[in-house]
Structures are given as C-alpha cells and as structure tokens.
Design a protein around this ligand. Structure first.
Ligand code: NAD
Length: 290
C-alpha cells in the first residue's frame, strides 16, 4: 500500500521502517531533514511537506508528540485534511487527549477520511521489534481494514471502542506505568540503603507477584544509571496531564496517580525532562538525600 508516515521520531522512524520491510511504499515527513534522510536510508521515500507525503496515500499514519502537534498537522492550513484523498485511513498513533482525538475524528470524517486513534505501548524496543500493544478507537470496519498494517507494527491489536477510546485506554496505561516505575524506583533505593545486592533482589522480585514488565525492562538500566530515552520524562509528564484531566472530567479520584503526576513534574523541573522515565529513580534519591 501507499502509506504516508508523519512524525519520524524515536517511535515513528522504526515503525515506518517496519512498514517498508513489509513491502509497503512509505513516504515520510518530519520537521528537519535528518530524520527524513534516515527513512530514505531505511528504504522509504522522504517528502518535503505534509502535502507531498499525503497526496495519493491510501493510509496516513501520524506519530507526533502531543495534541497541538496532531491538531496542526491534521487540521492546520496545508495539513493532512487539505491534501488527503477521500476514503484514506487516517491512523493517529500519537498519545494525545481523548477529546482531541474525537475532534480530529469528527473533522476527518467530514472530510471523507476514515479516522482511527491507535496509540501504542511497548516503547522504542516494541517499535523496533514490531511487538507494540496497539489500542484502537474508531469504526469496526475501519479497524479491520487497518488491521493488516497494525499487525506489522504490533503483536497485540485490540479494538477498544468508538473514536477516542484508544486514547482513554492509553491514559490508563500511562497511569499504571508511571505508578509502577515510581514504586520500582522506591524499592531499589530502599534495597540499596539496606546494603542488599540489587541483582539477586530484582531476580527474585521479578518471579513473584511484584514482577512486572517495568521490573523486567527497566530495572537493569536503573541499576546501571543509564537513562538515555526510551520514553522521555517530558512525554510522560504530558500523558499524566491527560490522565489527571480525564479523571477529573469523569469525576474519578486517582490519589496515587495525582502524586505520581507531581513527582513526574518535579523530575522535569529538576532538569530531567529529556531522560527516560525510569529516571524517576533520581527523584527518589534526591528525596532520600542519597
Ligand atoms: P519524538 O519526540 O521522538 O518524535 C516525534 C517526532 O515528530 C519528532 O521527530 C518531531 O520532530 C516530529 N514533529 C513534531 N511536530 C511535527 C510537525 N508539526 N511536523 C512534522 N514533524 C513533527 O517522540 P516519540 O518518542 O517518537 O513519541 C511519539 C508519540 O508516541 C508521543 O505521543 C509519545 O507519547 C508516544 N509514545 C512514545 C513511546 C516511547 O517509548 N518513546 C511509547 C509509546 C507511545
């Protein structure tokens, strides 16, 4: 298929590369020439504008940082809707506010496109390996039309409801991940303060009820003090804003989520915004005077 891919960052570039390897004709656009050149090296085609990427595409994928980015790229002057052909699937895989996803879907539908919100979990590793977990909101027929492509990118592809639902599930995902990282960071600091050797402790914890994907994938980096992203604290701060706002809108109280949102904001304020979210560990250490 002819696919436009807009947003070739940490996640978007390897995802676009997987679509190329699956035999698709991928035309990519990102701000700045370097990321576009990387797509061309991976066998895709670099476009000089959104319009150039989107023209003639049967499927348009966006993988951008935040709600305002998706709004401007899709709805803005010279954006996707201005150039896309009728009937194209518009799959936004960014993590954005559910309300924005619903607005984008309404406008895209009016313009004759078939919109899906399909945020992902699984991190850079999952993007590279094509093993992402993809939560999809939209019309069932459109989800089924997109499924062969989504299954190139992910190992778990689930239709969770109408437009915006994918983003609501992703917000729940981000609540669980942030809370779990914070607890793992606190446990590692606690173990270290007691002089317990961390490697064996993590091994046995991972085998019991305390085990988690966060412990499996993040603890080793935390112990080695390696915080290259991965998933940046700035982005998780953005996501916890979505979580807190959406909980408030639904009248749901999330006390631990609110605390973790504050701790993520503190990490950012301390200058850790460009580090991996596992650098919540640094915050725990600062609080503990270690
Ligand atoms: P990123 O910042 O690495 O990539 C975003 C890319 O979009 C950048 O290359 C940026 O230059 C480009 N961009 C921004 N505005 C643009 C515009 N107007 N036109 C063209 N290009 C533009 O971010 P990422 O880590 O790839 O994350 C993308 C999305 O996926 C975010 O919403 C994030 O929350 C979500 N996500 C990330 C991860 C992860 O582990 N990194 C995991 C799951 C979900």
């Amino acid at each position: 298929m002819r696919i436009a891919f807009i947003g070739l960052g940490i996640m978007g570039l390897p995802m676009a590369g997987n679509l190329v390897r699956a035999g698709h004709d991928v035309v990519g656009y990102n701000r700045g020439a370097a990321r576009r050149a990387s797509l061309a090296e991976a066998g895709g085609t670099a476009a000089g504008s959104i319009a150039e990427a989107v023209r003639g595409a049967e499927v348009i994928v966006t993988m951008l940082p935040d709600s305002p980015d998706v709004t401007s790229v899709v709805l803005g002057e010279d954006g996707v809707l201005a150039s896309a052909g009728g009937g194209a699937l518009l799959i936004d895989m960014s993590t954005i506010a559910p309300a924005t996803a619903r607005t984008v879907a309404e406008r895209a539908t009016e313009a004759g496109l078939r919109p899906l919100d399909a945020p992902v979990s699984g991190g850079e590793r999952g993007a590279i390996d094509g093993t992402l977990s993809i939560m999809v909101g939209g019309e069932r027929a459109d989800v089924e039309a997109a499924r062969p492509l989504l299954e190139v990118l992910g190992a778990t592809v689930v239709h969770v409801g109408p437009a915006g639902s994918g983003q609501t599930v992703k917000a729940a995902n981000q609540l669980i991940v942030a809370g779990t990282i914070e607890l793992v960071a606190e446990a590692l600091t606690f173990l270290d303060a007691h002089g317990v050797e961390s490697g064996p402790a993590v091994e046995v914890l991972a085998g019991g009820l305390a085990g988690s994907a966060v412990l499996d994938r993040k603890a080793a980096g935390m112990l080695a003090r390696e915080f290259a992203p991965g998933f940046r604290i700035d982005l998780h701060h953005k996501d916890l804003g979505i979580v807190v706002d959406s909980a408030r809108a639904a009248g749901v109280v999330i006390p631990l989520g609110a605390v973790v949102a504050q701790l993520m904001a503190a990490a950012r304020a301390q200058g850790d915004g460009d580090l991996d979210h596992s650098a919540l560990l640094l915050g725990v250490q600062r609080l503990s005077g270690r």
